[in-house]
Ligand binder design. Sequence first.
Ligand code: IVH
Length: 669
Amino acid sequence: MEETKRIEQLRNELHRHNYLYYIKNEPAITDQEFDALMHELQALEQRHPELFDPNSPTQRVGSDLSNDFPTVVHQRPMLSLANTYNRQEVAEFYERVRQGLQGEPFEICCELKFDGLSISLHYEHGRLQRAVTRGDGVQGDDVTPNVRTIQSIPLVLPPDAGWPDVFEIRGEVLMPWASFEKLNRERQQQEETLFANPRNAASGTLKSKQPAVVAQRQLDAYLYYLLGDELPADGHYENLVAARSWGFQVSQHMRKVSTLDEIYAFIDYWDTERKNLPVATDGIVLKVNSQRQQRSLGMTAKNPRWAIAYKFQAEQASTTLREVTFQVGRTGAVTPVANMDPVQLSGTTVRRATLNNADFIRALDLHLGDHVLVEKGGEIIPKITAVDESFITPDRGPRVEFITTCPECGTPLVRYEGEAATYCPNDTACPPQIKGRIEHFISRKAMNIDSMGPETVDDLFHRGLIRDVADLYDLTVPQINGGNRNRDISARKLFDGIRASVAVPFERVLFALGIRFVGETAAKVLARNFKSIDALAAASLDDLLAVSTIGPAIAKSVLEWFANPSHVFLLERLRAAGLQFEISEERKAAQSNRLEGKSIVISGVFQHHSRDEYKALIEQHGGKNVSSISAKTSFILAGENMGPAKLEKAQKLGVSIVSEAEFLEMIGE
Ligand code: IVH
């Protein structure tokens, strides 16, 4: 079959399977079959760049083009809802509506209030055109490339489903509890700050500059408001049912009612039942169903008069504090943890809550045996919000004191000026610090030794086989299997995984070392600028600060790390094991600063390199690839068939256009 046809056929088929899988929960083919179709499409699209379509199913994986977000003015402002917290206020709303409609009968659509961030999606001719965040209600961020990665948002609507040619649909982007918990587990392993709740995680993710990161994070979306000049019905509920048939994810839990008692019943039901939902909700939304009636009710300065939000109480429970334990992390930071009598909270049994740090404990004036109030307001990690003073008796238990020595190794703890955390300074011999550093070293974004998990680290540590990361490279298969031949296969796999890691590029080795404040990005920047571990070790404070994105905290930390003789010794052992301590010759030869400080947009189709190759070339020469044109863009690297809209925008902003040949000359190729 002709390839163009096949591409179109594959795109349609994949859109349909996507819908069956993510919206209907009725997959018609296996994941493998799905992947096979996807791969076929990817291969064909690579051969036919001229058929590029931003709404192709392949685009959901997210390109790694970085993007800054253009601001867009909403065609219709995105209003927010007035909040109520009790039945009385709900009754008052109902009464206001009744009077406003002068006795005319009306229906109320009851919906869940999803706790994420609102999004406005524009469709034209059945295709997603633009996705904009709420922003300040008048204008928001255009986050279309990120939204394209959300699997439950249709990119292309099924033909002949009856959708209007132009419409807007609004809804909430969310991170389901399961994805949120997985993400935080990963972040905990990396000792990255945790997201407090799924809403923050969803919002942080949607504003990520890398669509590929968004794609990994598994966001979801529920749509709850259809707008446009040619909608199928006058009823809001009916319009959403129609939108569902066009492939949008519309909650199955909305109900149309007409009495106040039915509204109360809906509220009561969901007040408890919401704990069983896969996503976070923080209330109920009540909307007058008829759009004609909505218009006649109108709005106040800020909110529509035809809708209201009823917010659930943040869940609280009271229990008894039994013990405070202290946990030591990879960096030596000591976290106090409250151990309490088990109590039911938001559908889970809570036994432990974080107490953050010494100041937090002092502010609560916490004593053992106190009755404490625990809250889980969307936050996954429960927190103690107060001591229930009505229970305090004269024989109150002892005051909770922060420990002064490390619970793991006995070393006196220290607190650095200006920091809330307390640290165990014994980084060379304190077991959780050693294990934490090894876990960081082997993690995916570092050395990626995926045949090894935390249990193996623990096991090898307890058997005295590993005390630092260099010990990994001295391990033998018999040592790993502990003399048990039944474990030969997994031991061999682990051994091979460790060997293979010597090929990991220098920038990731640098990240793996776990130097404080040197995260993935800083490691890349340092590797690019200093090119080898020796040059980095020899760098002075001024040398480090001369690198544009390196600030004093990172610079000082790097200096301190290399000044420690045990680290110098560790590096020598890792060097002997064959790890990459400099950027590869190819990378070095290819690198220059010719594009330093330049923001470059890539557009169109190219002859000599693929788009990804051009992106890599821009970075190699010190430039930055951005995805949309703004006044700050230095120039556009334009291939053939650059879109007319981009051209116009470039001309308007006076951004120059550089051809493929000119660009290659610029970088000396
Ligand atoms: S309707 C004019 N329906 O709650 C009507 N909003 O302040 C506007 N939300 O910004 C919104 N679930 O982010 C509506 N079923 C639902 C909702 C919902 C969550 C959010 C939305 C909005 C905020 C209201």
